[in-house]
Design a protein around this ligand. Sequence first.
Ligand code: AMP
Length: 416
Amino acid sequence: MTISNYNFAGKKAIVRVDFNVPLDENGKITDDTRIRGALPTLKHILDNGGALIIMSHMGKPKGKVAKKYSLSQIVDAVSAALGVKVAFADDCAKAKAMADALKAGEVLMLENLRFYPEEEGKPVDIDKEDPAYDEAKKAMKASQKEFAKVLASYADCYVNDAFGTAHRKHASTAVIADYFDADNKMLGFLMEKECEAVDNILKNIRRPFTAIMGGSKVSTKIGIIENLMDKVDNLILCGGMTYTFAKAQGGKIGNSICEDDKLDLALDIIRQAKEKGVNLVLGVDSVCGDAFSNDAHQQVCPSDAIPEGWEGMDAGPKSREMFAKAIEGAKTILWNGPAGVFEFDNFTGGSRAIAEAIAKATKEGAYSLIGGGDSVACVNKFGLAEQVSYISTGGGALLEAIEGKVLPGVAAIKGE
Ligand code: AMP
């Protein structure tokens, strides 16, 4: 079923959203992006005659009630955003009576699902090494099903709009779907958009396709690099990864960040790119600093000849030109991970050059997807968020999807 086709009139919908919003020490929301992200789905259901039961997690309370993670703190903000007074059930597993009493147009929000260990389905208070762990895990999986069944009993249909947790097989993100037939479960609008974004770069690729992977380490990006290797025309690898590649090829990298146990892997990536005809773009020069600090002295050095006492902290001018050239004219663009230590204002140039090249290519008709926390922070920092095609809301979930993994939250509904 799709959310656009479903008739919500007179129905109660239980909707999994990601309201894991950051709060300050007074419990005030500091960034409401996630609430705004779910509004199209929530408003659509209300506008079409449905009643809403909203459920989410917040933080990592590890299966125990913890006041600082209580969703009661955001009830007023959700009421204001929806323009409807939201009732609150302070025990998510004992909300049946409140759910039953809901009428069309009314909204009930459940307390943090992760106050129950059943949500994540992992035993708490028992060490993984403990011989009793496996038994405890089995028992927990059984009670996870019971917990999901209770949540399902509140509603006529289930909507998953929590892309940020779609890579987790939790009670509310996946297991609950077993208690609804295919006609009564669906993705929300945000999930639909995120899935479409992933399809645009993995399936419906318009060429040339340029992927830009940055960030600090090869090890955390290897799954994605390998999956993309069969799909992209140009692959830019930048950021801290640069120096593992430079060292692997015999370069001198001074104090630059490097994963010494990934040198062979770096050579293998270079080999794979050659075999597959992928244009692998590695920066040739770096802006180096004599300390890991915004105020460090700077000099531009070849990325494979960095003096002792200096470290590569950003892409140099020649590298920026190479990156821009590989982005220019692309019709599909994916960017994950900055090209330098962009948190330091004096080392943002490489990331800015990438963001600007992406904005330009997008203006000329490219589809551009920006995902993963830090590259999203970059486009926001440079004021270019409006000039790219799509900014993903899901960090880990997006990265797993791009690695080619099936997301349990999506599979539970679409059966893929
Ligand atoms: P990731 O979480 O792997 O995407 O990495 C993001 C982090 O990589 C950011 O905090 C950047 O500061 C960092 N980073 C990017 N380039 C470098 C570099 N040349 N040296 C050290 N850290 C870097």
